[in-house]
Design a protein around this ligand. Structure first.
Ligand code: PLP
Length: 375
């Protein structure tokens, strides 16, 4: 560090230089995050110093968090759900399974996830000493219920279902998983990190939330399709019996107990989520999801005209395309400024059609894809 500080102007200019190296979301078709809504940014700045790790000092922000959880619970089948705003899907998944482990108190616990589960579950295995068992998928990449059932034994503490899988945007048969969980007296955690702010606004209806009796907890991230600022994840429990299993005593804070994984945590993300949810309302989110779904359908149609088919018909705004010579084509697209991603099995080009994309951007992307296929 310099002995003498630099002027604000110098520092800001250094930041500008760094920022210019970052990708602009305009050409990003690989990310599950997007530009936050302007009202979310304003709210974030207003609450920039608020710390919910010590919420006795920030009762106003804490009230907002309770309101956000009630709003999210309302979207996810139970306005009386409890929980808190986390740093994202990873923390929510960790905490949901930590609560399940603490609730059951088993010595060698295992959890069954579909093999489509996000890699946060591999971190959980490492962190929590939980064995993660991966169930097979059916022909359209949903958890195979027979395979899940076959993996259950006396040490199983929880099942996990995915509502909006990272790679294919697929929704597991959560109703069947819920029945299975109830019949074996297991926790069912639903990872709707991406789908939580999509599925409620789709034309087609899916059972995936607390309206199913067997669902214990849900991950749903405002910083993905919720258009909030980063870091805003959501972890909701049906009741306090699970949430309370996360509490530790906090002797020297303004509060007695804390249930979050992190200590200091952003009140700004809470304010931002509250602001954008109140501002958009269900109607606003429906319009956004609708726009993304229309662009997704268009992309599939126009890719089809190039002889490129999707691996499955998209369920939400995520498409996996069977692109010939994919690695080469992705390199060519990258050279033209496009960020795409992949699915693992089968290997395909994964595209996430987020609200920062527009029809005009898609026209350019499809035209570049056409040329990159020919080159
Ligand atoms: N769960 C799912 C289904 C996801 O798609 C992701 C991220 O892509 C996560 C969890 C992890 O979320 P985060 O990156 O916010 O920790």
């Amino acid at each position: 560090m310099n002995q003498k500080g630099l002027s604000e102007k110098e520092v800001l200019s250094m930041l500008d230089t760094a920022r210019l190296k970052d990708a602009s979301y305009d050409n990003v078709l690989s990310a599950m995050c997007t530009r936050p809504h302007p009202v979310a940014v304003k709210a974030h700045m207003q609450f920039i110093e608020s710390n919910l790790g010590d919420f006795g000092l920030f009762p106003g922000t804490k009230e907002l968090e309770e309101k956000v959880i009630a709003l999210m619970g309302g979207l996810l089948g139970d306005p009386n759900a409890c929980g808190y705003i986390t740093t994202g899907g990873t923390e929510s998944n960790i905490q949901a399974l930590r609560a399940a482990r603490n609730l059951t108190g088993k010595k060698f616990p295992n959890v069954i996830v579909p093999s489509s589960a996000h890699f946060s579950f591999d971190k959980i295995a490492d962190l929590l000493g939980i064995e993660i068992r991966k169930a097979d998928l059916d022909g359209v990449f949903r958890a195979d219920i027979g395979s899940v059932e076959g993996l259950i034994d006396e040490n199983t503490i929880a099942l996990v279902g995915i509502a909006g899988s990272t790679e294919f945007g697929q929704i597991d048969p959560i109703d069947k998983l819920a029945k299975l969980a109830l019949s074996h007296d297991l926790v069912l955690h639903v990872d709707a990190a991406f789908g939580g702010f999509v599925i409620p606004f789709l034309d087609k209806k899916y059972d995936f939330d607390f309206s199913l009796k067997g669902v214990t907890s849900i991950t749903a991230d405002p910083h993905k399709m919720g258009l909030s600022t980063i870091p805003a994840g959501g972890l909701l429990f049906r009741d306090m019996s699970c949430l309370s299993r996360l509490e530790v005593d906090t002797p020297y804070l303004s509060i007695r107990k804390q249930h979050s994984l992190t200590g200091t945590r952003s009140g700004a993300a809470v304010a931002s989520t509250y602001a954008v949810m109140m501002h958009l309302g269900k109607e606003g989110y429906r319009k956004i999801v609708d726009g993304c779904m229309k662009m997704t359908a268009r992309l599939v149609d126009e890719a089809g005209e190039l002889g490129v088919e999707p691996v499955i018909d998209p369920v939400m705004n995520i498409v996996a395309l069977n692109v010939p010579a994919m690695d080469e084509v992705r390199k060519r697209l990258w050279a033209r400024g496009w960020f795409t991603s992949i699915t693992r099995s089968p290997r395909a080009m994964r595209l996430v059609i987020m609200p920062h994309l527009t029809d005009e951007v898609l026209t350019r992307f499809i035209s570049d894809l056409r040329e990159c296929l020919r080159e």
